[in-house]
Design a protein around this ligand. Structure first.
Ligand code: UDP
Ligand code: MG
Length: 311
């Protein structure tokens, strides 16, 4: 007999939780046939609605339902980390509460583990129902990440993933504060099978992501898994030095041939503005990495529990 821990990050999901539980329960026969007992770990990420009560009702009827409640909203990354830390199963799967990660894919995911894979990951093949501008930037982001970071990151990849214990332990060994799980999954390696599925709409409630929230999250991903932006400053510096050298030669030659008429003021101002702009830009990038390092050095806890709501 083995155990499957299901991690469900929840932020204001009181409506989705009963729907999720009902949908997940349809997989119980499959799990039973494989002699797997499920353990449902709901993570309440500082919800302000009835999320805790909704999980408590489930817990009263089903002892395998547990809740870890945070003292405030720490974000989905922190919720997933807390889930992984507290999961006891031989297998662990992360699922959204809103049923956008269909539990019906579980048999296919377990089949992948049978084939010898250490993890079965899912990705959406379309982004139906998503604002086109969001899809556009998401695609650009994944393309950029593939270029500037060493880790494998799939376009449309979700956090919905079934993992073996050894992979979970590997992820837990990465205790960084600025977490970008999509990158961490790729970084730890292990053989991963990708399972495609059609995007489904939220069962209830609404998305917690704003456009700017996603932009911030993408910067998180870039700074966490690539130092290419830092190198860019040096490359541009060298390019500008070479350019300056060519200009010097040009001016000297012109002076010898034609004398020195005073001109070129507006162009000078443009050049100064352009170069100082670039310098500020790279100082900003440097600042981003410094800020991340600063937060990392503080080594604050990734989440804090509200013990009286944990069961
Ligand atoms: N979530 C969370 N903390 C947050 C934001 C979201 O735990 O600060 C959870 C949320 O309850 C859901 C999952 O993360 O179960 C995915 O969130 P959402 O559905 O809003 O994102 P989307 O599917 O639109 O990308
Ligand atoms: Mg969702």
């Amino acid at each position: 007999m083995s155990c499957l821990s299901v991690i469900i990050p929840c932020y204001n999901e009181e409506e989705s939780i009963p729907l999720f539980y009902a949908e997940f329960s349809r997989q119980r026969d499959f799990l039973k046939a494989r002699d797997i007992t499920p353990e449902l770990l709901f993570i309440d990420d500082g919800s302000s609605d009835g999320t805790v009560e909704a999980v408590r009702r489930l817990h009263e009827a089903d002892g395998s339902v547990h809740l870890i409640s945070f003292s405030r909203n720490f974000g989905k990354e922190a919720a997933m980390y807390a889930g992984l830390q507290n999961a006891t199963g031989d297998y662990v799967v992360i699922m959204d509460a809103d049923l956008q990660d269909p539990p019906a894919l579980l048999p296919e995911m377990f089949a992948a583990l049978d084939e010898g894979y250490d993890s079965a990951a899912t990705r959406r093949v379309n982004r139906k129902g998503e604002p086109p501008i969001r899809s556009f930037f998401a695609r650009r982001f994944y393309r950029l990440m593939r270029k500037i970071s060493q880790v494998e990151m799939m376009d449309g990849a979700r956090d919905y993933r079934l993992m073996t214990r050894q992979m979970v332990d590997a992820i837990l060994s990465m205790g960084e504060y600025n977490r970008f799980t999509k990158g961490i999954f790729g970084w730890v390696g292990f053989r991963t099978k990708w399972i495609d599925f059609e995007n489904v709409d939220r069962a209830a409630g609404k998305t917690k992501w704003s456009f700017w929230g996603l932009v911030r999250y993408s910067f998180e991903g870039i700074t966490a898994f690539s130092t290419v932006p830092l190198v860019l400053a040096s490359v541009l510096g060298v390019v500008f030095c070479l350019l300056a050298l060519l200009m010097v030669i040009f001016i000297i030659v012109r002076k010898i041939l034609f004398g020195d008429p005073v001109a070129g003021w507006p162009s000078l101002v443009c050049i100064i503005l352009f170069l100082s702009g670039i310098q500020f830009f790279f100082t900003g990038i440097l600042g981003q990495y410094l800020a991340k390092t600063y937060m990392e050095v503080k080594s604050r806890p990734i989440y804090l529990k509200n013990e009286k709501n944990c069961f």
